[in-house]
Design a binder for this molecule. Structure first.
Ligand SMILES: Cc1cc2nc3c(=O)[nH]c(=O)nc-3n(C[C@H](O)[C@H](O)[C@H](O)COP(=O)(O)O)c2cc1C
Length: 166
């Protein structure tokens, strides 16, 4: 798919075909897209926790109040920040967001449904998700991944009022 086509095709899907297989290789491709994202001083201040375990998905739903789409998702990918890998800067949140967006665009290209569920800096969800994942890093986002069972309308659009050409 052409890049601009994938950007236009991407949207948040919150209903997936329950139990539909999404191969580990497809998830690894999404993770490759994530790790190809730019990062400040190339510090790559991220790590990823991935699960398809029903009981862990359920715990994530309990930890994150707006992640109920995980009920039908095949996988969850947690994008977690490692501020310790970027001691001289404070761009790790932006680096993680770039990694999230790369996952979303790669998923659109592959015909997968996804939804970005923001964690950091909202509490108590960040702490609660961190506990479920058992990590020392900072959960920035949970991404639900599955085979789409809905086709939401596009919400994004070009708005010239938000642009100032100097
Ligand atoms: C930082 C961030 C956090 C978000 N958190 C959630 C969330 O917790 N739950 C959810 O259902 N959608 C979440 N979304 C998805 C937005 O609701 C969605 O992107 C927006 O409504 C536009 O729709 P679209 O993605 O289909 O263009 C989040 C998006 C961003 C960028």
């Amino acid at each position: 798919m052409e890049t601009m086509q994938a950007i236009r095709a991407r949207r948040s899907v919150r209903k997936y075909k329950k139990g539909a297989p999404v191969a580990r290789e497809q998830i690894e491709r999404l993770l490759e897209a994530a790790m190809l994202a730019p990062s400040a001083v190339n510090s790559r201040p991220w790590e990823f926790v991935v699960t398809d375990k029903e009981e862990i998905l359920q715990k994530l739903i309990e930890a994150h109040p707006a992640s109920r789409m995980l009920l039908t998702a095949s996988w969850a990918i947690a994008v977690c920040g490692r501020p310790d890998l970027q001691p001289k800067h404070n761009f790790w949140q932006q680096d993680c967001a770039a990694a999230v967006e790369n996952i979303l665009l790669a998923a659109a290209d592959m015909g997968l449904g996804i939804c970005w569920c923001g964690c950091y800096p909202a509490e108590p969800r960040t702490g609660a998700v961190k506990e479920v994942l058992g990590v020392d890093s900072v959960p920035v986002a949970l991404i639900a991944v599955g085979v789409p069972d809905e086709a939401p309308a596009q919400k994004g659009f070009y708005d010239p009022a938000k642009v100032k050409f100097l």
